[in-house]
Write a protein that binds this ligand. Structure first.
Ligand code: ATP
Length: 378
C-alpha cells in the first residue's frame, strides 16, 4: 500500500474510509514505490498500485497529475527513477537493479488518443502489424477475428483515411489486442472523438475488453467516463495516488477533500454533534445518514453533500434554511445553488419543472439515502 495514501489520510483524517480497495482479480500488474522525475518536476511520486486479472482500472485526475507518465512507465516508454514494476510476478522495471524490459517484450498493448494508425496500411494490415512472427494462416485468422470483434469485418481493406474517428479507434484497439497482451493501456482513448460518440464508444471499448478478458488501465480526465467504465478508479493529484476503489465507493466515501471535490459538484455543511446526529444549517442529520458519527468526537466537521443529496422547497423567509443564489438548467434537471443562513454553499438537484427564481427563500431537506461523508473543519 502506498505511503502517499497514509500521508493523505493523516493530513485529513476523515471518517473511517479505506483509501485502497484491493484488486478485483488475482494480481497481474504491481507497481511499488515508483518515482519518475523530470528536471524541475516530479511527475509520479512514490506510486504503489496493484491491478487484478481482467480488471479495468481507470486513472483520473487533473491535467498534469501524472496519469500519462504512469502509463508510459508501465508500457516501458519511461524508466522509473525509483521503485519497481512487476508483470505476472516478473520484474519489467526495477530502478534498484537496473532491470528494464523493452516495450515490445512486455506483452503490453497501447492505445493512444490520436489512434496512431499507419496511414499507408489498410485496417487489416494495421491490425496485423504486431503479428510478424505468426505464421501466415494464423495471422489471417487472428486479424479476421479481431476485425469482427471490433465490428469492422467489412472494413479490412479500407485505409485509415477512409474511416471515421470511431472506426479508427476500433482499428487501433484491434491492433493493440491482436498479439494477446497481458495488459492493455489506454491513454484518453475517446478525447479525439465527437462528444456524441464518446458515450457509445466507451461502452463499446468496455465490451471489447470484457470479451478478450485483458487487464486494462484506462487514463482519462473525464470523471463520468472514469466512473462508468471502471471496476476500480484511481484518483491522482500532483503525481500521487490519492485513493483507489470501486467507483461508487470513491464517489460516496472519498478519502480526502481533494477526491470529494474532484468528483461531481461538492458542497460542505458545517456540523456539530447533537445527540444522536449532527446539527447543521439545514437542521439535524440523523446518525443513520452520517458515516461513522462517533468519530466526529465533538469537533466541528464539514459534511459532504452533493446536489442529489438535497432537495429545495420554496417557502417564506421565516421558515427558510437559505436563499437561491444561482441556477443551472441542464435539460432534464435544474441545479440550484443555495446560500444557507450560516454561510454554507450547497447545491440542490431538482426536476426541470421546478422553476425557482434567484433570491427565492427555500427549505432544504437532506434526502440522501446513504451515510454522508464528513471531514474535520479546516
Ligand atoms: P494531461 O491530462 O494533461 O495529459 P497527465 O496527468 O497525463 O496530464 P503527465 O503528462 O503525466 O500528466 O505529466 C505530469 C507532469 O510531468 C506534468 O507537470 C508534465 O509537465 C511533466 N512532464 C511530463 N512529461 C515530461 C517531459 N518529457 N519532460 C518534462 N516534464 C514532463
Amino acid at each position: 500500500m502506498s505511503r502517499d495514501i497514509h500521508q493523505e489520510r493523516s493530513a485529513a483524517p476523515a471518517a473511517s474510509t479505506d483509501a485502497v480497495d484491493g484488486p478485483v482479480g488475482e494480481p497481474v500488474l504491481e507497481l511499488d514505490g515508483v518515482v519518475r522525475s523530470y528536471a524541475t518536476e516530479t511527475a509520479v511520486e512514490d506510486l504503489s498500485l496493484t491491478v487484478g486479472d481482467g480488471e479495468v482500472l481507470t486513472l483520473l485526475g487533473p491535467s498534469g497529475c501524472g496519469k500519462t507518465t504512469t502509463l508510459r512507465l508501465v508500457g516501458g516508454l519511461e524508466h522509473p527513477d525509483a521503485g519497481s514494476i512487476e508483470l505476472r510476478d516478473a520484474a519489467i522495471a526495477d530502478a534498484d537493479d537496473g532491470t528494464f524490459v523493452p516495450p515490445e517484450r512486455r506483452g503490453i498493448g497501447l492505445v493512444f488518443q490520436d489512434f496512431a494508425l499507419f496511414p499507408h496500411m489498410t485496417a487489416a494490415e494495421n491490425v496485423a502489424f504486431g503479428l510478424d512472427d505468426w505464421d501466415e494462416a494464423d495471422r489471417r485468422e487472428r486479424v479476421a477475428e479481431l476485425l469482427s470483434l471490433v465490428d469492422l469485418a467489412e472494413h479490412g481493406d479500407d485505409y485509415p483515411g477512409e474511416l471515421s474517428g470511431g472506426q479508427k479507434q476500433r482499428v487501433a484497439l484491434a491492433r493493440s489486442l491482436a498479439p494477446e497482451p497481458d495488459v492493455l493501456l489506454l491513454d484518453e482513448p475517446l478525447s479525439n472523438l465527437d462528444v456524441s460518440l464518446r458515450v457509445s464508444m466507451r461502452e463499446e471499448i468496455r465490451r471489447i475488453i470484457d470479451e478478450t478478458g485483458v487487464t486494462a488501465i484506462w487514463v482519462t480526465h473525464d470523471q463520468e467516463e472514469a466512473l462508468s467504465v471502471a471496476d476500480r478508479v484511481g484518483i491522482m493529484n500532483d503525481g500521487r495516488l490519492q485513493q483507489v476503489g470501486r467507483p461508487e465507493r470513491i464517489f460516496e466515501r472519498p478519502a480526502s477533500r481533494f477526491v470529494a471535490s474532484f468528483l461531481g459538484r461538492t458542497g460542505f455543511l458545517a456540523a456539530e454533534r447533537q445527540g444522536d446526529g449532527l446539527a447543521t444549517d439545514l437542521g439535524r442529520i440523523d446518525a443513520d445518514r452520517v458515516a461513522d458519527l462517533d468519530a466526529t468526537h465533538g469537533q466541528v466537521v464539514d459534511v459532504l453533500v452533493r446536489p442529489d443529496d438535497l432537495r429545495a422547497t420554496p417557502t417564506n423567509e421565516a421558515d427558510a434554511h437559505g436563499t437561491i443564489t444561482s441556477r443551472q438548467y441542464q435539460g432534464p434537471s435544474f441545479v440550484y445553488r443555495v446560500e444557507t443562513a450560516g454561510g454554507d454553499t450547497v447545491h440542490c438537484l431538482q426536476n426541470h419543472t421546478e422553476v425557482f427564481e434567484i433570491g427565492q427563500p427555500v427549505r432544504v431537506d437532506v434526502v440522501a439515502d446513504h451515510p454522508l461523508q464528513w471531514f474535520p473543519r479546516e
